[in-house]
Design a protein around this ligand. Structure first.
Ligand code: FAD
Length: 354
């Protein structure tokens, strides 16, 4: 997607997830010349339960419009989260304000968002390195399709790279050393299960997952997963969880459709946000924005919009974008920290013990 881009941009955004799309949308609307670079081919797969919570719905409606039917999975709407303290007892947390929370496929949803941003998009392109000069940032990217190095200049660089950020690691190797990591595993199966398909299920017992184990349904596929601290073996947890679902909820697996995993970290739960340096701003999960139980689309969108607002103000009226961004995200950062404290209360234990 995208022809060979120009050499100069006002803003280059690395990553075509929701935080990148929100940053791009705002900045394009402000009249800037914006390029989004994405390493994968779009539409790209993203491991996710794909539930659009109320706050995300409101931001999307306001900035991008109505979510198109084509990105929905069945069931289209989920009525709430069901949290199981053991295999008999649960509490229900309904999605109250609207008819329910959209149950979407991230590949199609994220693709819709990024196309809707109006920015220039270059996929199959990997950021390899960058150098920060006085009045511009020089980027070196690798065009995977054409197997060539691309050199691009911009005034502002935004990392919307998700939890593992090359930019954050380069800006502050010391900060990176203190981050702890977990691996999330999610499998998609054809099969049957008695669990209510209109709820998103979370199992809190730590014998199934270091964080929590989850289950939902998408287009007749059973989607379930666990997360373990980096270095821990996955199979003891996943096997126990699968056996429990078989015995207690009549799980019968027919065919594996997809097996996936990704890395996440504890920046969010420890409140260690990293918002950037100089004219380089970091948004979404790369900055540490991820709420309890792994809800991250709302804060990805919010932080992206704030970074864009800060950059726009700085270019148009002067002032320091990073300082403005830091100020604008104060409440969002507090809410993220509070969400983990509330999550721990609900779970009766630390939610991310890694
Ligand atoms: C198992 C699981 C279930 C989840 N379920 C939900 C849910 O139901 N609802 C919810 O709200 N949140 C959920 N989340 C959280 C949510 O997926 C993330 O918080 C959200 O995707 C973060 O958005 P982002 O834009 O910051 O990063 P991402 O969506 O991760 O996007 C980052 C993009 O940057 C690209 N990229 C990275 N590095 C480079 C590079 N060097 N060069 C070029 N491109 C690069 C990546 O390929 C990717 O496309 C879930 C997470 C997990 C792991």
């Amino acid at each position: 997607m995208g022809n060979f881009p120009k050499e100069n941009y006002d803003i280059v955004i690395i990553g075509a997830g929701p935080s990148g799309a929100a940053t791009a949308k705002y900045l394009v609307n402000e009249g800037f010349n914006v390029l989004v670079i994405e390493k994968k081919k779009l539409p790209r797969y993203k491991i996710c339960s794909g539930i659009i919570f109320e706050k995300s719905q409101e931001i999307i409606e306001k900035h991008f419009g109505k979510i198109p039917q084509s990105v929905y999975a069945t069931p289209n709407l989920l009525k709430g989260v069901r949290l199981w303290t053991d295999t008999k007892h649960f509490s229900d947390w309904p999605f109250s304000k609207y008819a329910g929370a959209p149950n979407i496929w991230r590949s199609e949803f994220d693709y819709w968002l990024i196309k809707n941003s109006g920015a220039e998009i270059k996929d199959c392109c990997l950021l390899n390195g960058f150098t920060d000069h006085d009045n511009f940032i020089a980027l070196k990217c690798f065009d995977i399709t054409n197997k060539e190095i691309m050199k691009i200049k911009c005034k502002y660089l935004v990392s919307a790279e998700g939890s593992k950020s090359v930019i954050r690691a380069k800006l502050d190797p010391e900060f990176e050393k203190d981050i702890n990591w977990f691996i999330a595993y999610q499998n998609y199966y054809e099969g049957i299960c008695d669990l209510d398909p209109y709820s998103y299920h979370g199992f809190l017992e730590q014998q199934y997952s270091n964080v929590y184990a989850w289950f939902s349904v998408k287009d007749n596929l059973l989607v379930f997963g666990i997360a373990v601290k980096k270095g821990n073996k996955v199979s003891p947890y996943l096997n126990k969880y699968t056996e429990m679902l078989e015995k207690r909820f009549g799980l019968k697996l027919r065919k594996l459709a997809r097996k996936t995993s990704c890395m996440g970290n504890n920046m969010c739960a420890t409140g260690r946000f990293y918002l950037g340096k100089g004219n380089i701003l970091i948004v979404g999960e790369a900055a540490g924005f991820l709420n309890a139980f792994g809800e991250g689309i709302s804060c990805a969108l919010t932080s992206g919009l704030y970074a864009a607002e800060a950059i726009s103000k700085s270019i148009k009226h002067g002032g320091n974008a990073l300082e403005t961004y830091t100020e604008l995200t104060k409440t969002e950062r507090r809410q993220t920290r509070i969400s983990w404290r509330l999550g721990a209360k609900v779970a009766g234990r630390e939610l991310l013990p890694i």
